[in-house]
Design a protein around this ligand. Structure first.
Ligand code: SAM
Length: 401
């Protein structure tokens, strides 16, 4: 059968195009200020978070069928309900009273999770949401009001982490992939940084310069972990903000656990020779591609997570690695099969429907393998069932595979 060219993505409406144009002017000014080559992390930060204009700050629909992508909590409540069961165990294990969710999106995971915790008689005293986007906060409040009105008063929104360290659980689903990354290319005579400039036609383009000391040191550490240099021309990303992000989380956790869920790899697989063009992934109207310059502000820009870097940052900050599993294995261990059985209540038709719903969360060729769960904890005398099914923490060692 002949290969078909996919249809072009739909053009944005006039308001979207105007928003992107206004953001482009901000980006052009930043490029000029940076001498014609803006570090990619600064570009990504503007494209996603520029006040009023960035992808997560500008109020357009992002999630679900009318948006650009979907996430596990939006696919089925089985995801959040299974996670809630693990949350209940952690709260009990550390005598905790707080759940803190980073980047709560539409608020679906908070609503379904709180409802499940109520069913389990394991509600936390407070459910805090740390969200950078003002309009997503409003969206989350509306979801909670509609779905769990009796529990909404337990929810509070934060601008920054709480001053007093908490006892409980920190959750972040698909938040780390949105942290701005720096891009680099290994060249025969050194490491280069890939920045953003403007070409002769006025379009955004890649610009390559010798890397600064921070990026050179990061690539030297990656190569030291590998035990050899990356191949010439190898291009990839490094997230400068990940270590401080985990450090801040650790400082906020008196006891309990953080569950970090995202797509990514242990370091040895992330910087694999076969992944020589990096992991940037952009989403626009449910089309995935790798061009971060397409309609700035109207598309999501993400990169895979280096879970070895996240685990090391946690350990350096005094946290224990509780486990590292694929999402499929984590959900299986945390109780999804029992939840399915209980929800089907002996009705084979309903059981088949629910199994169908669980498939994309569990199956290796869907989210089950590409998404991982990293557990970090402090003073938690528990083995979490989510990591009991198959714990791959040994894969976090940075050795080349
Ligand atoms: C891809 S969405 C995931 C939303 C939700 N967790 C879900 O799974 O449906 C990323 C979310 O993280 C938020 N976000 C991005 N960077 C953040 C940061 N540094 N701190 C807190 N939230 C952040 C975004 O505004 C958005 O709500």
């Amino acid at each position: 059968m002949a290969r078909q060219t996919p249809p072009p993505p739909p053009e944005p409406d006039a308001a979207g195009a105007a928003n992107s144009q206004a953001l482009r002017e901000r980006i052009d000014a930043a490029i000029a200020m940076a001498g014609g080559c803006l570090d990619f992390a600064d570009y990504m930060a503007l494209a996603l978070y520029a006040p009023g204009l960035g992808y997560y700050s500008a109020g357009q629909e992002r999630f679900g069928p009318g948006g650009d992508f979907t996430t596990a909590p939006l696919m089925s409540d089985l995801f959040s309900r299974t996670l809630a069961r693990e949350v209940a165990r952690i709260l009990e294990g550390c005598h905790g009273d707080t759940v803190l969710e980073y980047g709560a999106g539409t608020g679906q995971m908070a609503a379904d999770g709180l409802a499940e915790l109520a069913r389990l008689d394991a509600l936390p005293r407070q459910y805090l949401i740390l969200e950078v986007s003002a309009d997503l906060r409003a969206r989350q409040a509306a979801t909670l009001e509609a779905r769990v009105p009796a529990l909404k008063d337990r929810v509070a929104w934060l601008d920054r982490l709480p001053d007093k360290p908490l006892r409980g659980v920190v959750l972040a689903n698909e938040v780390l992939d949105a942290l701005p990354v720096r891009r680099f290319r290994r060249q025969p005579r050194g490491v280069h940084q890939l920045g953003v400039g403007v070409d002769d036609r006025g379009d955004l383009c890649w610009r390559e310069r010798p890397a600064d000391a921070e990026l050179s040191a990061a690539v030297a550490a990656i190569e030291s972990d590998r035990g050899e240099r990356l191949p010439d021309g190898y291009t990839s990303e490094w997230c400068a903000g990940l270590t401080p992000w985990v450090q801040a989380l650790a400082d906020s956790l008196e006891s309990g656990a953080a569950l970090l869920i995202d797509y990514g790899y242990p370091r040895g697989e992330f910087y694999h020779p076969q992944r020589g063009t990096g992991t940037l992934l952009c989403h626009y109207r449910h089309r995935a591609h790798d061009d971060p310059f397409f309609w700035p502000g109207l598309q999501d820009i993400t990169a895979s997570v280096d879970f070895t870097l996240a685990a090391r940052a946690g350990q350096q900050a005094g946290l224990d690695v509780l486990g590292f599993a694929t999402q499929g294995n984590f959900l299986a261990g945390a109780g999804l099969p029992a939840l399915l059985e209980a929800a089907a209540a002996g009705d084979p038709h309903r059981a088949a429907e629910l199994a169908q719903e669980a498939k994309p969360l569990l199956f290796p060729d869907e989210m089950g393998e590409r998404f991982k769960v990293l557990g970090l904890g402090r003073h938690l005398p528990l083995t979490l069932p989510g990591f009991s099914f198959a714990d791959h923490r040994e894969r976090l060692s940075a050795q080349r595979i």
